[in-house]
Design a protein around this ligand. Structure first.
Ligand code: FNR
Length: 181
């Protein structure tokens, strides 16, 4: 059955390496699936007082998220953790109490960095929040991308890495089938 897959990218900058990888991954899901990039850069920092008259962006984000069958996070690592943009999106999505967008939705978490440990700590911080959110998070294959090897000088994902991304996309499609409620 065709699926709606929502992608959240933790980098907001125009020339983001994470966006390059996320766009390539989006192309690798089955053709009858609908893949949507979900905007998170316009969400005000979470403040429970705003719920009385929730900002339009909170309402739009929550509605779009609920329309998805599964979520993909692609994240940079900021100071050995996830960027504030994604933590904020996780928080906004978790409220109002009892209406969280997270429970039961299969999730793939990938991280991309040009250096160090390929964003592994940001990747795992997201997993930690989603465990609390009661989302089934795919354990394997893990998606840690070293951008210095994965993105060529032409700004495109290199062929060997496309093969790996295809393996991950296929595994996630099977994971969604197995874990959807
Ligand atoms: C970084 N960067 C970084 N990289 C990393 O591997 N571990 C880290 O903890 C950090 N910390 C960090 C903090 C802040 C505030 C910035 C702006 C950057 C470098 C980061 O991986 C690099 O800028 C990537 O290019 C960011 O991803 P995008 O924007 O290219 O997708």
């Amino acid at each position: 059955m065709s699926k709606n897959i929502g992608i959240l990218v933790g980098s907001l900058r125009k020339d983001s390496l994470n966006k390059i990888v996320a766009k390539k991954l989006a192309e690798l899901f089955p053709a009858d699936d609908t893949v949507t990039f979900i905007e998170i850069g316009d969400l005000p920092v979470y403040n429970e007082d705003l719920e009385e008259n929730a900002p339009e962006s909170y309402t739009r984000f929550r509605k779009e998220m609920k329309e998805q069958d599964a979520y993909v996070f692609i994240t940079p690592e900021y100071n050995r953790g996830m960027p504030a943009s994604l933590k904020n999106a996780i928080d906004v999505g978790s409220r109002p109490w009892g209406e969280s967008v997270w429970p039961g939705k299969p999730v793939l978490v990938g991280s991309v960095s040009p250096a160090g440990i390929s964003g592994a700590l940001a990747n795992h911080q997201i997993r930690q929040s989603l465990v609390f959110g009661d989302s089934p998070v795919m354990a394997q294959p893990e998606l840690y991308i070293d951008a210095s090897k994965t993105i060529g000088e032409d700004g495109q994902v290199v062929p060997g890495s496309i093969e790996f991304l295809q393996t991950v996309a296929d595994a996630f499609v099977a994971f969604i089938d197995k874990n959807s409620k």
